[in-house]
Ligand binder design. Structure first.
Ligand SMILES: *Cc1c(COP(=O)(O)O)cnc(C)c1O
Length: 428
């Protein structure tokens, strides 16, 4: 009889995968806590939180129950002309936590669409006020915002979308001053970025609709981190030209960076905040684009043409909203905060031991995210294979190795991960 992996290989096409060279996928039968288990019962510690979505561990019974209960009363209803308690409650709760300027919530169902919506809102915001010359966007080199066309256009310099460059709208891109422990050239890199931004602003500032950025950490391009003071400097400058600000916190949200949202570590408040990934604790697809009353009001008119003509069939799915409400409750419990702190501490200790080996460079840490550069892409690939066979699920980005575990992960499990990495790097 064929295995599940073989049946998969015969029929499926996987995301971000070169199907010709990829190994057969590992068939996962169940998940519990920070582990997923394959067909043979082998456990893998999920050190990338299943593409950054999982917060409280797999198959968390509190969230599972919330979905079940919700499914027995209302599984879905269209969100134009209708509403329901899970959707309203979630936004009310988030509004209490977020900066007071962020007051309007628009649902969708994945990170890319949350970004598309922010871009469309920003663009139409200006058109609705007859400022038709604001057609450009600003973004950062290495910024990744999703795989739909608008999101790809603002992420054009991420290296993920090269095949489609000819189809993108115009975006001005700023070099990102990525930094790490003991970085000597940080000031220089930041000044160079700001100088380029200044030039764009002088030449084309009045034509820019919005800037989009991943605050504090660029995820997909390799967990590249920057200082909060740099973002404040950027926002201060673009504000002088009336440019709207979009924070893409799809990866950084929900305590990944140590605070509930990365924006808490930055003074500047955005006009748009995009959330997804961790919002349901990793159970169901859901996203929010959150904006200000001043953006919202620019869409209010007798004329239907001023409305935002955007929506998805599964907008504000009640099951996903119920999962998000349950996840938020878990997230705000004291135990979770302590778990997040002990993950950060385990990272600190682990990175310190790795740093003693000269082959590991550019160590960096923010909240529950740790990252460093491995000697080469080939060796990082070998490390991945080695870790997988030892039951540690990692997925390096090129030669960047990073660990981004669910909050259910113990210090012991993280220590064991760092030991496995250390033994791999010292082996040669
Ligand atoms: C993953 C990600 C996206 C895209 O989200 P999807 O749900 O995969 O479409 C957008 N922005 C950032 C920062 C991300 O990490």
């Amino acid at each position: 009889m064929k295995t599940l992996s073989e049946r998969d290989k015969a029929i499926l096409w996987h995301p971000f995968t070169q199907e010709k060279t990829a190994d057969n996928p590992i068939a996962i039968q169940k998940g519990k806590g920070s582990y997923v288990y394959d067909e043979t019962g082998k456990a893998y510690l999920d050190l990338i939180s299943s593409w950054w979505v999982n917060l409280h561990g797999h198959a968390n019974p509190v969230i599972a129950n919330a979905i079940y209960e919700q499914a027995l009363s209302l599984e879905h209803v269209m969100f134009a002309g209708f509403t329901h308690a899970p959707a309203v409650t979630l936004c009310e709760r988030l509004k209490k936590i977020l900066p007071s300027a962020l007051t309007r919530f628009f649902y969708s169902d994945n990170g890319s669409t949350a970004v598309e919506i922010a871009l469309k809102m920003a663009y139409q915001y200006w058109r609705n006020q007859n400022e038709n010359e604001r057609t450009l966007f600003l973004s950062f080199e290495g910024g990744y915002h999703g795989d739909t066309f608008g999101a790809m256009a603002v992420g054009a310099k991420s290296g993920f979308h090269d095949a489609f460059q000819a189809l993108f709208f115009n975006v001005l891109s700023i070099p990102f001053p990525a930094t790490w422990d003991d970085d000597q050239a940080l000031e220089e890199k930041e000044s160079a970025s700001l100088a380029i931004l200044d030039r764009y602003l002088i030449e084309q500032g009045k034509h820019v609709a919005a800037i989009i950025l991943e605050p504090l950490v660029q995820g997909a391009s390799g967990m590249r981190m920057c200082r909060p003071s740099f973002i404040n400097e950027v926002i201060k400058r673009v504000r002088e030209y009336g440019i709207l600000v979009i924070y893409d916190e799809i990866m950084t949200g929900f305590y990944r960076t140590g605070t509930l949202f990365a924006l808490e570590q930055i003074q500047a408040v955005p006009d748009f905040l995009c959330l997804s990934k961790g919002i349901t604790g990793g159970f169901l697809p859901l996203a929010l684009t959150i904006t200000t009353s001043s953006v919202y009001e620019a869409f209010l008119a007798e004329d239907w043409k001023k409305a935002l003509a955007h929506g998805h069939s599964y907008t504000a799915n009640p099951l996903a909203c119920a999962a998000a409400n349950a996840s938020l409750t878990l997230l705000l419990q004291e135990g979770t905060q302590q778990a997040i702190q002990s993950i950060q501490q385990a990272h600190e200790i682990g990175l310190a031991t790795l740093k003693s080996n000269a082959k590991i460079t550019q160590t960096r840490l923010l909240g529950t995210i740790s990252a460093f550069e491995y000697p080469s892409v080939e060796e990082a690939r070998d490390l991945k294979a080695q870790c997988l066979s030892a039951g540690f699920l990692i997925r390096p980005l090129g030669k960047t190795v990073y660990l981004l575990p669910p909050y259910s992960t113990s210090s012991e499990a993280l220590n064991a991960t760092y030991e496995t990495i250390l033994s791999h790097v010292t082996r040669k």
